[in-house]
Design a protein around this ligand. Sequence first.
Ligand SMILES: Nc1nc2c(c(=O)[nH]1)N[C@H]1C(S)=C(S)[C@@H](COP(=O)(O)O)O[C@H]1N2
Ligand SMILES: [Mo]
Length: 424
Amino acid sequence: MSAPTPAGHHHETDYDHRRLRQWLAGEARADGVTRRRLLTLLAATAAGTALGSSRSARAAVAGIVKPLPPEWFIERGTNAETRWEALRGTGHHTPNELFFVRNHTATPVLAADDWRLRLWGSGLRGSPGEDRPVEFGYDDLRALPAVTRTAFVECAGNGRSYYTSQQGETVTGTAWTLGAIGVARWRGVRLADVLRRAGLTRDAVDVQPRGLDAEYVSGGESLGRVRRPLPLAKALDDVLLAYEMNGERLPYDHGYPVRVLVPSWVGIASIKWVGDIEVSAEPLYSPWNTTFYRLFGSSYPEGGSAPLTRQATKSAFELADGATFTAGHPHVLHGRSWSGAGAVARVDISTDDGTSWRRARLRDRPRAGTWTRWSLDWHPEEAGATQLLARATDTAGRTQPDTAVPNTQGYLFDAVVRHQVSVV
Ligand SMILES: Nc1nc2c(c(=O)[nH]1)N[C@H]1C(S)=C(S)[C@@H](COP(=O)(O)O)O[C@H]1N2
Ligand SMILES: [Mo]
């Protein structure tokens, strides 16, 4: 794969860490700058440094620390989408450097030494208030039994732009194509272990992790820091507090020092830079399970659907939009399919706009919570434009439809995507 080497910027960020620690310890003057503002500034500094030393990266997305070379990423506001053609040859797990970033505001560059996880709320024994939390430091978490799990993180809005380009619907939100997904090997501790140690009561029903990134301002109003409740049943099942990604320390943009990882669910559940978790005996609400991340529109109840949980079924080719193929030559098409409802064990491919279909050869043992890679031989005979289609079926029996039921915020696009290519 011809792509630039990610720039090394560790010493600069170490320096920023020292400054941050000094400031927090009162050794440096704050000059009227709030801690939150400082974290934002530090993130911006780190981004500037990293990009300055990267060969081919150009403009930065403000607030993303890692380099975003245009061969790998499409920049979308505060976010960066992975290009599918950059995943060709990368193996089952998405390299950290290529993993998409979805930030409501900006990556805060935090230090593990200063970091504490605070658990509080009416679902904990003795009902600790927010001012008297049960606390865990980074080393406390690392001392607990570690587990490793392969799982995707995918934005609920992944594929949103196809509501418009394929179905003519107007939807709000980031116009992702299919690159708002990545798969990693996450290592960390079970949230269940931490909750039990914190003293979970029998009446606890919801847990709400909250990020340490800046408050999210929408329409001039602050919605507070990014947070979304999870039902206790999911929290105790397979949720991790992850501190490693693909064998490396969690990168800043993906939640360093610790993020929540909620397998198979919409990406918003996997709170990055987690600082506290409210454990409640009452159901919890935040803008991220009421106003956002529910389905609204004529096919849904007046007040919207239930809060989104599992991801839809999707497929993508490891190809650029408009890729070209030579006629009269053999080609191998590669792609990946995934679902939040189970493993993908069958993928059908059409190379003629959906007229005829052939079954793809699976390249992974199908597993829930991650994608299945696949391939298909293709020998195009005639020159001209055509569309490649991939249709996945998961082990829950869901097959990608031709049309997705629209919702105003464009979540969970599950229809077969028509990938334009040309044969020359
Ligand atoms: N604290 C915090 N957590 C967050 C977000 C955020 O902006 N702040 N974005 C969420 C959304 S919408 C998605 S899709 C995933 C993206 O994870 P990634 O940036 O590691 O790919 O993180 C989620 N967790
Ligand atoms: Mo998202």
